[in-house]
Each structure stands twice: as structure tokens, then as C-alpha cells.
Write a protein that binds this ligand. Structure first.
Ligand code: ARG
Length: 279
């Protein structure tokens, strides 16, 4: 068993302009107020927890035009390459409300020396929210936010295999609510979110899956951040916590309830900056 080679460096965006101002997933209700002070405290708690676990956190300046920009997982795909500039593929968002984020994040990555490579304009793909590294490539979800053909483009741009699985429950609209790599053999897996083919793909890909129940899944348990042997979870069901600890992980629960109002947990609030596809 080896620890993940990525997950030690994150991009995050403070919730200065965060809010549930529109409804683009079933968790969002515009009439529910967000407590911005609590959101700020919870976000800082997550930053502190990640740093304590040994991760570095970089911060992008929030833009008032983009209340969901806190969910940096959706910025795009990061790929560090040996002997070349690191690559960034900005997301193409399904909904107009988030589309301004594409150029905000593209500029940030360009300024950091990344080569910015683009998906075809007509295809939607919501970045690391819908594509997580496992094995020799990416596991990518499609339907609600990402288009199936975008996964072919991703594979062409990165040179890495991209396995596409269809998401079937609109509450689990991004793959990162259904799948969380833990190390090179294990992952949290929520079959509730996938069709029979998707389940087969995951069974073939992950040697030791931790299958989540529907209830655990709907608590956003898979939307966790893994830093080496630490798993940072928005909620930790007792059963899952015991299994993870039995496997040698330290489990930390981080309250992100204000962000769950927008349909996002710990993973959604982070973008891993140290992913190297094809290594
Ligand atoms: N309100 C955001 C949206 O619907 C939440 C994004 C959650 N991000 C994620 N990676 N699952 O787009």
C-alpha cells in the first residue's frame, strides 16, 4: 500500500462573497440564508486542519461575481508534467451562473506559470469536481455537469486514460460526492451514484473499495480531503470512521455546514495543485 502521490498542496478561495444566490443543484435553496461569519470560521477551520495534516494551502482572491468560487475543485484539471510547464485545463461550467469562473481561474493559473489548455467550447466539464486521479489516470463523472465527450478531450489533452462513468442521482451531481481516493489501492465508493456499468468500472479499478451506504453517501461522507494518512471529512459515520482507523488513517471531522447549503463539502472547497497524471 502506498499513500497518494498528490493531495499535499491545495488551492482554496475564501467565502467573502459566498452565498446561495441561485439554485443549480437540489441542495441549494435561495431562501435559506448563509451565515457568512460562520462560513468564514468553518473555512478557516478547514484551512487550519489541512495545514495541520501537512498540506500547503494557496489562496485565490474571491470575485463578487462568483459566489460559488469557494468550490475551487470545479476550477479545472491540474497536471504537473516532468520536463514541461504544469498544465491547467479550465472548466466549462454547465450553468451560466458559474461560467464567469472559467476566465478568473484561467488567469490565476497562467500567472502561476501554468500552460492553459482548453476544452472544445461546446463541451461542459467541471474539473476536479468531476474527475479524480486513480490508478494510471482519471475517473470522471458525466451527465449533470459534465458531457461525456469532454472526457475524450481530457484524455487527449493530458495524455492520461480517463474512465468515464455516468452519474444517475441528481443529488450526487459531481463524481467527488461519490468517490474519494484514499491511497493507491483504496477509495471511498458510493455505488448509489452510479449505474451498473459505472459500478463495474470502479470494481475493476479499485482493489479495496470502501462501499458506502446510501445514508452515508447523502451525508457527503465521500466529499473528503486526503492528506497522506489523514482523511478530512464533512461528516464521519461511525462505521466508516472505524474502518478508516483500522486501515491506519487519522480521521478528522470538519464542520462545513454553511457550504453544504450550496451542495458542497470539504473536497469541493479544495483543488489539489500537485496532481501528476501519468506518473
Ligand atoms: N453550488 C455549487 C454548484 O452547484 C457547489 C459545487 C460543489 N462542488 C463539487 N466539487 N462537488 O456548482
Amino acid at each position: 500500500m502506498s499513500a497518494l502521490t498528490w493531495g499535499h498542496r491545495y488551492l482554496m478561495c475564501p467565502p467573502t462573497h459566498f452565498g446561495v444566490l441561485y439554485e443549480i443543484n437540489p441542495w441549494m435553496h435561495a431562501e435559506v440564508a448563509v451565515d457568512l461569519d460562520r462560513a468564514r470560521t468553518q473555512w478557516e477551520g478547514l484551512v487550519a486542519t489541512l495545514r495541520q495534516a501537512g498540506a500547503t494551502v494557496e489562496v485565490v482572491e474571491p470575485d463578487p461575481i462568483a459566489p460559488d468560487m469557494v468550490f475551487t475543485a470545479n476550477a479545472g484539471i491540474v497536471n504537473r508534467r516532468a520536463g514541461a510547464a504544469p498544465q491547467f485545463i479550465p472548466s466549462h461550467f454547465r450553468f451560466a451562473e458559474r461560467q464567469p469562473e472559467t476566465e478568473i481561474f484561467a488567469s490565476w493559473f497562467a500567472a502561476q506559470g501554468f500552460e492553459v489548455d482548453r476544452l472544445p467550447v461546446e463541451l461542459a466539464h467541471e474539473g476536479a469536481g468531476d474527475a479524480l486521479p486513480f490508478g494510471n489516470g482519471l475517473l470522471s463523472g458525466y451527465r449533470f455537469r459534465s458531457d461525456l465527450p469532454a472526457t475524450t478531450s481530457l484524455s487527449r489533452l493530458t495524455g492520461a486514460p480517463v474512465r468515464a462513468i455516468e452519474l444517475v442521482d441528481e443529488r450526487l451531481y459531481h463524481v467527488d460526492i461519490t468517490f474519494c481516493p484514499l491511497d493507491d489501492r483504496r477509495a471511498l465508493c458510493a455505488p448509489m451514484g452510479w449505474d451498473a456499468y459505472g459500478r463495474k468500472v470502479v470494481e475493476a479499478l479499485v482493489p479495496e473499495p470502501l462501499w458506502l451506504t446510501d445514508e452515508e453517501t447523502l451525508g457527503f461522507c465521500a466529499n473528503s480531503v486526503v492528506v497522506g494518512s489523514t482523511v478530512v471529512m464533512p461528516a464521519t459515520p461511525v462505521r466508516v470512521g472505524r474502518i478508516l482507523e483500522g486501515w491506519g488513517f487519522d480521521v478528522v471531522t470538519c464542520d462545513v455546514s454553511e457550504f453544504l447549503k450550496a451542495g458542497g463539502g470539504c473536497r469541493c472547497l479544495t483543488l489539489s495543485l500537485d496532481v501528476s497524471l501519468g506518473t
